[in-house]
Design a protein around this ligand. Structure first.
Ligand code: GLU
Length: 280
């Protein structure tokens, strides 16, 4: 079986220890299996993505000894591709337009409706139809209709990671209860949400194994659903553990103190970083 994987950073900040760990795991798996390793910049957030972060990420990965087998790709150059997938779900009546602001959603959530779990979108615009779509509306997945469109199909994916190794079933009740009517088309720049772009690209690039942190496990379930609705077979997934700070908190981009470039400037070597993330 061929093995193609990728590292897909959003260039909205510097790489930290958690990214180094993720990139190494994916890269080393590809090399062990005689497969291919791709680098994809998930830069659909046009405001927060910065060319200087792209340059820094390339420099850091190179310093860490990570090599990729094709020129890096940039999602900002393929927005029309993701929008086609979005349009295909729209044309099948699986979506509705939403004009709610965060403030309106927060207000509605503080006065919960019967039957709608308190952490989900409170369904204010659910009655609207796409023919009533206006400029600046977000597009939400109508989860009830999406689940119905699956029919009796048993949605599942192969998990090869540290957690839940085996076939992982996605229960429709869980999707309705825990995920709800998520935004799949953004209102600000009128393009598909990033997890949709990422799922579509995994198919387009022939990714066989998606290697990512366990913090994205919920996204994986949504992505598998979207891929299935779009008529694609999901790749295999490997969710790995997260690198945490001393207080046990997941590292985030804003944790500049853990930026690879800082360690580098402080005289650490790539092997020191490997040791820090527990890879030796
Ligand atoms: N772009 C995401 C991030 O930087 C990763 C997405 C993925 O692995 O699919 O967190």
């Amino acid at each position: 079986m061929s093995f193609v994987t990728r590292f897909a950073p959003s260039p909205t900040g510097p790489l930290h220890l958690g990214h180094a760990y993720s990139a190494w795991i994916a890269h080393d798996m590809a090399r062990t299996h005689g497969g291919r390793f791709l680098l994809r910049f998930e830069d659909t957030d046009l405001e927060r993505s910065k060319p200087e972060y792209i340059a820094q990420i390339i420099e850091d990965l190179t310093w860490l000894g990570v090599t990729w087998d094709e020129d890096p790709t940039f999602q900002s150059q393929s927005l029309d591709v993701y929008n086609q997938s979005l349009e295909s779900l729209i044309s099948r009546d699986l979506t509705y337009p939403c004009r709610c602001s965060r403030k309106e959603i927060a207000a509605a959530l503080s006065a919960p409706q019967e039957g709608v779990p308190h952490h989900l979108y409170p369904q204010i615009c659910k009655h609207r139809s796409m023919s009533d779509r206006q400029n600046g509306d977000a597009i939400r997945l109508h989860m009830d209709r999406a689940c119905k469109a699956l029919g009796d199909f048993n949605l599942n994916f192969h998990e090869m990671g540290d957690i839940n190794c085996g076939i992982y079933s996605i229960d429709k009740n869980t999707l309705m209860r825990d995920v709800g009517d998520i935004v799949i088309g953004r209102k600000d720049i009128q393009t598909a949400a990033y997890f949709m772009a990422s799922a579509v690209d995994d198919i387009r690039q022939g990714i066989t194994h998606v290697v990512r942190g366990v913090d994205l496990f919920e996204f994986t379930q949504v992505q598998v659903l979207l891929l299935h609705l779009l008529g694609h077979r999901a790749p295999l997934y490997h969710h790995h553990k997260l690198i945490r700070d001393d207080a046990g908190k997941r590292l985030a981009k804003r944790d500049d103190a853990r930026a690879i470039s800082k360690y580098r400037a402080d005289g650490y070597s790539p092997s020191d970083i490997k040791m820090l993330v527990g890879l030796v």
